[in-house]
Design a protein around this ligand. Sequence first.
Ligand code: BTN
Length: 254
Amino acid sequence: MKVGEFHDSNRKIVGRTVLHHDVLESTNETAKELLETDIEEGLVVWADRQVAGRGRQGRAWASPAGGLYVSIILRPKEAHAWILGLLIGMPVVKALRHFGVFAGLKYPNDAVYQSRKIAGLLCEGVYRRDVYHVVAGIGVNTNVDLDKLPPDVQPHATTLKREVNLFVANDEFLDYLLNQVDDLYSRYRNTRVEFLLKDYRGQCTTIGKRVVATTSKGKMIGRAYDIAANGALVIMDDAGGKHEFVEGSLEVLK
Ligand code: BTN
């Protein structure tokens, strides 16, 4: 059920309108359904919990009450849409830092703190009536007790509540987050993507670490070395060969 609709005309594009629901299957799915209607770019769908939250690579995203679950509808230039999914990790990290968790980005766009995941992003590209849209879904473990997450997730996850003594209300976190995403999106539209990728590289804690990348082509072990101009993670193998990783699973070795 929709429980509220908020407007903020100070924002440029992202978060001028926020549709707040108590429970949804998945905010990304609801956002995609809304694409059938004439909706403004930057519209945000927010749910207090999800019963079928989705993660990357077909995984589920546990979405108990207390967490923050939002999807943002964007209409970027198609050429860079994939990179946009990477860059939106930056405002998420910025918001976490603002509220006291010094998180970093695990490639491509997981927010992690001390090797535990605290937020994830699922960006989906969708054509509707010949117009390309990106639905950027963001899930943040804000006011969640770790034991509310599935047992297999718990050892690799953390929450804002666990890391910070102060209570942070979801509406306060969301307000700050949307301001940051709005700023990032306007930079994305107005500056060269190389500049933004430079910022991304600075926040990506995977760089310099040994990693195991698993793709449809097999496994690759090496050191995460750089972010390429196309947004791929460059991995240097032990023989000095460079490989680009974009899609698959990535394990960071200790
Ligand atoms: C991941 O790290 O695997 C991505 C998790 C993305 C979760 C968010 S929660 C809001 C939006 N709705 C969904 O069903 N998924 C995304």
